[in-house]
Design a binder for this molecule. Structure first.
Ligand code: HEM
Length: 535
């Protein structure tokens, strides 16, 4: 017998043994409930739901939860699951979907989310590989999508130095100054609210990270960062790339038919490289000329790590560039929801103003010196995090080893998503969860410690928890407080001055944001304009 058939027989034998071993090991094992296999459409998905798992049909106008399943597409499954618009199992804590061999675990309640992602975070802190995004399009430097390991740990350490609660306070004057600029832009009547929000959050990040003061319009650094952000959005929500399932395809020559994904990735790679290097190189160049005037993240990192170590240099570039990726779209989306909520709930505005007038006195713009003295403003920020959670399904974590929870086997390499939307709309925690009602967080005029704080879940879990959460909270707080101090936000009106309809209509994407809408924004009085006039 020649060597090849013997070798082939040996391989087949080994594969069969492995299969038998895995079957034996799995015998008696329970998996979390869920539809068997990939549900390709709504009808089949509904029929496929196993006994004992009830399915909640979601009202069409409550857009966000439709994406409990659809938003799996944010990582890799979008194309297939897009038309599935039913949602999660009620009565189960954990749901398991299987999409062509990839397990997706959806955690629907707080207890398993905390137990697994927080307490057992050593096992649950990896991310899916995302070949198109990380490896082909060149965004592997983004530590938000980086695999768990030393590189990721070092980037987190670098972020923590500047962004945890105490050091971040030094950046509050920047947030305040840019908030005043935002008020002036709002007053000008030019542009759009989402455009102004994008500008203010971009301005905050660029200044805090690189000491760059952006231009009022078409700032080149924001333009580059937005271009990078758009590539990430398109590569993660545009549907599945076959290369995610067949990784060897990544070596396919770009000129071959069927390799359009590689040509697309090459275009995105240019944006990824620019986002990584341009602002950082600009900072280095200014530093060499002695032109860096203020403390910023890049300066602090270079003061500690120096300029000579190429590994540290790569990580400093990656860490600083990741801040825009994580912080711009999310914060702008949350504040966009703020304008919608205020137009829909004028009584909330009235209460906020009453609080500010009585605590601060008339005719004063709130500043960070007032932080902690305005519980109703804090309650509005918390309700914004809860009402339409900004990242309703988390960024998928990946389980790095088999695990067991409540008798269920959770397999190594499963994607793990938390249904933050469901947790923050749990009627046991929040009465009338669909209403925007900041009062739910208050008792006797102070924040009620017995009400579950949405911050506990809205920023994620365990070792992957959002490192920008203090910046996010402070950045939202100052805009909410100063806008309410100076402006009235009302329902849209037609040309004849008649109030027109305004709906809660949100974009179906990885980040939950209202679809464009019009509202009526008016200065409370000319005297209020003097509170934020040009410096
Ligand atoms: C309202 C605003 C924000 C919300 C709701 C939010 C929410 C989140 C969530 C849910 C995650 C995933 C956590 C997980 O996987 O468990 C995350 C990750 C992240 N966020 Fe935020 N975020 C916000 C603002 C910011 C800001 C202002 C920054 C920085 C300037 C930032 C930087 C990041 C980064 C770098 C990651 C990736 C962390 C990692 O994978 O290690 N975020 N954020």
């Amino acid at each position: 017998m020649s060597a090849f058939p013997a070798f082939a027989a040996l391989l087949v034998g080994l594969a069969a043994l492995l299969l038998l071993y895995r079957r034996a090991r799995r015998r008696g094992v329970r998996y979390p409930p869920g539809p068997p296999g990939l549900p390709p459409n709504r009808e089949r998905a509904r029929r496929a739901v196993p006994k004992g798992v009830s399915v909640v049909e979601v009202p069409r106008d409550v857009q966000a939860i439709r994406y409990v399943v659809v938003a799996h597409g944010c990582s890799v499954f979008g194309g297939w699951l897009r038309d599935v618009d039913f949602v999660c199992a009620a009565g189960t804590d954990i749901l398991r979907l299987n999409a062509l061999g990839t397990n997706i675990i959806v955690i629907d309640t707080l207890k398993p989310a905390l137990e697994l992602l927080d307490k057992r975070s050593a096992k649950y802190s990896d991310r899916p590989r995302m070949i198109m995004l990380n490896e082909l399009a060149g965004f592997g430097w983004n530590f938000g999508s980086m695999e768990y390991g030393e590189n990721w740990r070092e980037c987190r350490k670098m972020t923590h130095r500047e962004f945890h609660a105490a050091p971040f306070k030094q950046y509050r004057p920047i947030l305040y100054r840019n908030a005043c600029d935002f008020l002036r832009r709002l007053r000008s009547g030019r542009g759009t609210v989402p455009g102004h929000l994008k500008h203010v959050v971009g301005a905050n990040i660029m200044e805090i990270v690189y000491d760059i003061k952006v231009l009022p319009e078409h700032d080149p650094f924001i333009v580059l960062a937005e271009a990078g952000q758009e590539c990430v959005g398109r590569s993660t929500t545009g549907g599945l790339y076959l290369v995610e399932l067949l990784p060897f395809l990544k070596y396919m020559p770009s000129w071959l038919p069927g390799a359009a994904f590689k040509r697309q990735a090459a275009v995105w790679r240019q944006a990824a490289d620019k986002q990584l290097h341009v602002a950082y190189d600009d900072f280095l160049e200014r530093m060499k000329r002695g032109k860096v005037e203020n403390h910023c993240m890049a300066k602090s990192l270079i003061d500690s790590y120096g300029l000579d170590d190429p590994v540290a240099d790569g990580r400093m570039r990656a860490t600083t560039a990741t801040m825009y990726m994580g912080g711009a779209e999310t914060t702008a989306a949350a504040l966009h929801s703020f304008f919608l909520a205020m137009a829909l709930y004028p009584e909330v505005q009235a209460k906020a103003r009453q609080e500010m007038d009585s605590v601060l006195g008339l005719g004063k713009l709130p500043t960070f010196d007032d932080f902690g003295t305005l519980p109703y403003i804090d309650a509005i920020v918390k309700e914004l995090l809860r009402w339409y959670p900004i990242v309703p399904l988390l960024i998928p974590h990946k389980l790095s080893t088999d695990d067991v929870y409540d008798g269920y086997l959770l397999e190594k390499d499963s994607f793990v998503m938390v249904n933050i939307w469901a947790i923050l709309h749990d009627e046991d925690k929040y009465k009338e969860p669909f209403a925007f009602n900041p009062d739910r967080f208050l008792k006797n005029g102070a924040l009620d410690p017995d009400v579950f704080d949405p911050q506990e879940v809205a920023f994620g879990f365990g070792r992957r928890v959002c490192p920008g959460l203090h910046m996010a909270y402070d950045g939202m707080w100052i805009i909410v407080a100063t806008v309410l101090a100076c402006f009235e936000i009302g329902m849209p009106k037609d040309a004849a001055g008649k109030v027109t309809e305004l709906r809660e209509d949100f974009v179906s994407s990885f980040v939950c944001e209202p679809k464009p809408f019009v509202c009526d924004i008016r200065l409370r009085s000319e005297a209020h304009a003097s509170l934020f006039k040009d410096e």
